[in-house]
Design a protein around this ligand. Structure first.
Ligand SMILES: *Cc1c(COP(=O)(O)O)cnc(C)c1O
Length: 364
């Protein structure tokens, strides 16, 4: 790089992050039509948003004016939806932005963030960008949390933040009640990411935010409401933190289209929940069918996806075979997950096609 241009050396030496690819890119790579692809690699909602969202966005007014920096109406509706005062809710451009805002609020150079891989990548990705130091406390063989090891790491490193994902992406399991009670006792702020809670049987922890001074819960409209492309998520915070958060949040972080789409979705919850129920049924159908296949060993899930160990071939080869038939699933080239793939719940028709293909692969 030019000597007058001095970017951060740690960024220069970082390796690039590869997020999920868009449908168009997959289609081009596979030489297939976009409409023939079945994208089950990113836990998106295959039904798309509420039809009311499309209508509202087609009539979107005032695009020349900045959006409400407080997302006031949206926070009111979110408050009603989760049963928490709007004063404790902060919206962002996806839950991803809230992870960043939390790092900005808590982390001074060298402060420790505890991560519990295998889990959602963004906690470990964002922490170093905000000068935090990530300490990984790996999950047990069955992907449950190792609360003893977490406690030891929090105390040893005087950690500032502990990120937990429940249901966990990619394993699909929820934090056990005993574990969360115990971890909230520790001298650390616990961030629980509930991106998939609408698909779970277990209870959300939002009701406990406020009673517990050190609990933050993150939620999103991306998965259950089918708004991943518009970027809108939110956090539920102890009241004491709210004035501090308002100081650092970018004023217009939630754009007008996202704000309106989220509001309209929250006025159509019953309809969206019928789709969530369908996706849960499809996930259960997948789990049952996968368990009967010699090549897959599924883990029990409370989300809209199923993690599987692949048996008898490499996970990468498995992914390539499905891709050849237009079905895209998630493969991990990471510790503890090398021989695993994650498959998102599709529409009933998509799952039919997936199961047909898997049966063919088994018998051929
Ligand atoms: C998809 C996902 C998110 C991202 O949410 P956005 O609101 O789309 O940024 C956050 N956490 C987990 C665990 C996810 O899987």
């Amino acid at each position: 790089m030019n000597e007058k241009v001095r970017i951060r050396r740690d960024v220069e030496s970082m390796s690039a992050y590869t997020p999920t690819t868009s449908l168009d890119v997959f289609a081009e790579r596979l030489g297939m039509d976009v409409h023939d692809l079945i994208k089950l690699d990113a836990n998106e909602n295959p039904f798309g948003p509420s039809p009311r969202v499309k209508a509202a966005l087609a009539n979107l007014q005032h695009m020349n004016v900045y959006p409400d920096p407080e997302s006031g109406r949206l926070r009111e509706l979110l408050g009603e939806y989760i049963g928490v005062p709007k004063e404790q809710i902060l919206c962002g451009a996806g839950a991803d932005e809230l992870i960043e805002i939390i790092m900005q609020l808590f982390i001074e150079p060298g402060d420790v963030v505890i991560n519990t891989p295998p889990t959602f990548a963004m906690y470990g990705f964002d922490a170093p960008l905000y000068h935090g130091r990530v300490v990984d406390v790996y999950r047990r063989e069955d992907f449950s949390l190792d609360a003893d090891a977490i406690e030891a790491a929090v105390r040893q490193h005087d950690a500032k933040l502990l990120f937990l994902c429940s249901p966990n992406n990619p394993s699909g399991d929820m934090i056990e009640a005993g574990d969360i009670d115990r971890l909230l006792e520790l001298p650390v702020t616990v961030v629980v990411d509930e991106a998939y809670i609408e698909f779970a049987e277990g209870e959300s922890l939002v009701a406990r935010v406020g009673d517990e001074a050190n609990l933050i819960v993150l939620r999103t409209m991306s998965k259950w409401a089918g708004l991943a492309g518009l970027r809108v998520g939110y956090g539920v915070f102890p009241s004491e933190l709210m004035p501090q958060l308002w100081k650092i949040k970018q004023p217009y972080n939630v754009n007008l289209a996202a704000d309106i789409a989220a509001q309209v979705s929250l006025q159509d919850v019953d309809f969206l929940m019928t789709r969530v129920e369908t996706l849960v049924k499809e996930r259960i159908r997948m789990e049952t069918a996968f368990a009967e296949l010699p090549m897959l060993a599924p883990y029990p899930s409370q989300s809209n996806f199923v993690l599987n160990r692949v048996i008898g071939m490499s996970a990468e080869e498995f992914r390539e075979r499905l891709a050849g038939a237009g079905i895209i699933v998630r493969y991990y080239n990471k510790p503890r997950l090398e021989d695993h793939i994650r498959i998102s719940a599709g529409t009933p028709h998509q799952v039919d096609r997936l199961l047909e293909l898997l049966t063919q692969l088994t018998t051929s």
